[in-house]
Design a protein around this ligand. Structure first.
Ligand SMILES: [Zn+2]
Length: 59
């Protein structure tokens, strides 16, 4: 399975995009960072990947 990550634009913390996909919106886990990360912020390529492989991400 391809691992897609998303980098917080504010602090550079890398989060797993599948977490973002599941929650849609999440607060950046970076220490002291208040940035809110959204699934919509993922690149088009990443979102396309989730649409194509949706079934594989269902637990
Ligand atoms: Zn951050």
């Amino acid at each position: 399975m391809r691992i897609i990550t998303h980098t917080c634009p504010a602090c550079g913390t890398v989060v797993a995009a599948n977490e973002l996909e599941r929650n849609r919106v999440m607060k950046c886990p970076g220490l002291g960072c208040q940035e809110v990360l959204r699934f919509e912020d993922l690149s088009e390529d990443a979102r396309e990947h989730f649409r194509e492989h949706w079934d594989r991400y269902q637990i």
